[in-house]
Design a protein around this ligand. Sequence first.
Ligand SMILES: Cc1cc2nc3c(=O)[nH]c(=O)nc-3n(C[C@H](O)[C@H](O)[C@H](O)COP(=O)(O)OP(=O)(O)OC[C@H]3O[C@@H](n4cnc5c(N)ncnc54)[C@H](O)[C@@H]3O)c2cc1C
Length: 364
Amino acid sequence: MQVLVVGAGVVGLAVARAAARRGHEVIVAEATGGVGNGVSSRNSEVIHVGIYYPTGSLRALHATRGRRMLYQFCAAHGVAHSKCGKLIVATNAAELAKLEAILAQGLANGVEGLELIGGNAARALEPDLFCTGAIASPESGIIDSHGYMLALWGELEDRGGSIAFETPVERLSFAGAQWQVQFGGRDAGIARFDAVVNSAGLGAQALARRIEGYPADQVPPLVLAKGNYFGFAGKAAFARLIYPTPVDGGLGVHVTLDLAGRMRFGPDVEWIDHESYSVDPRRAEMFYERIRAYWPGLPDGSLVPDYCGIRPKLTGPGEKPVDFMVAGPASHGLPRVVCLFGIESPGLTASLSLAEEVIDSLAA
Ligand SMILES: Cc1cc2nc3c(=O)[nH]c(=O)nc-3n(C[C@H](O)[C@H](O)[C@H](O)COP(=O)(O)OP(=O)(O)OC[C@H]3O[C@@H](n4cnc5c(N)ncnc54)[C@H](O)[C@@H]3O)c2cc1C
C-alpha cells in the first residue's frame, strides 16, 4: 500500500518505520521544518515501565511491550539511553497506602523487578532522599529522544520512505478506492494514498474534522494540560529518577535526569485553553514546596525556569484519565484510515509497540 503518515513526531515516525518494514511505500507529511517539533521534543525522556495504567489498557500494554522493544531498538541502533532505575516515593502514611496500590497495579501489568522498600533502604540508595517507603523500579530509564527519532527516520529512509517537511495536510476525502489528500505549504498539491495514519499529536482532532465523512461525534475533545519544567543549577543530588505519588492529571513533580547526569524537575500540571510555551517563573514557589517533601535539602534559589510541554489529553481536571484512542475503521466506518488521539505519556515509551497495532489495523 501507499501509506501517508501525518506528523513526524515520535509516534508518527515509529508508525512510518513499521509500515516501511512491512513493505509499504511510506510518505510522512510534517507541517513544520523538522522531526519532533511537537510534543515529542517537550517531555521527560523517561522510558516508563507501565506501572500506573489499568491492566488491559492500551497504555499498559504498549508501555510494557514498547519499553522492551525500545531498549532492544536503542541497543541495535546505538541510541543513547540509560537504564538508571526509578524510585516512586511516599512521604507520609496516605502516600504509603497509594504506593501499595501502585505496586499491585504494576505487578498485575507484568512489570519486572518491582519491589517495595522501606525508607532506610531507599536512603541507602539515595542518601539525600526523604521518604517513608518507595517502589524500586530497576527497568525504568532515560533516552535521547531526538537520537531515537533520527534513528527511526534513518531506518524509514533506508527502506525507501521519506518525510515531506513544511507540508501540512489540509483535507482528505475518499474517492475511487483511494484517499485524496490536499497538502499545503512547500509541496502544496493533491496526492492519492491507499491508507492514512493521523498521528498529528495536538493537531489530531483538527485533522480528523477535515476528513470528509468522519463522524463528528467520534472526534474526542482535546484538553490541554501544560507540564512545566525547572532546571537545577547545581550538582545532581540523585542517580535515579525520583517520582512522588501521582497527582490529578500527571505523575507529580519528579526528578528527571538527562544522559549527562543533570537534574531537572517537572512536569507539573497546568490546565490551559490555548497552546502557549512560556514557563511562568512564579510557579517555582510550588516546585520548591513539592520537591522539598522528598528532598528537604533543595537549596533556595537553585531552580530556573526551563521548558514546557503540552499533554494532548481527552479528559479534564478531576475527570477519570482515559486510554490512548486508536480510532480505526470499526469506530468511524471509513476504510484504511487510523486516527491517534490522546497520545500523551507514555507515548514515547509506547511508540514502537503502538506502531505495530496501527499497522495491523490498516491491514485489517
Ligand atoms: C510534559 C510531557 C512529559 C512527557 N514525558 C514522557 C516521558 O517521560 N516518557 C514517555 O514515554 N512519554 C512522555 N510524554 C508523552 C510523549 O512525549 C508523547 O506521547 C509523544 O511525544 C507524542 O508523539 P506524537 O508523535 O503523537 O506527537 P507530536 O510529537 O506532537 O507529533 C505530531 C506532529 O504532527 C505535526 N502536525 C500536526 N498537524 C499536522 C498536519 N495537519 N499536517 C502535517 N503535520 C501535522 C506536528 O507539527 C507534530 O510535529 C510526555 C508528554 C508531555 C507533554
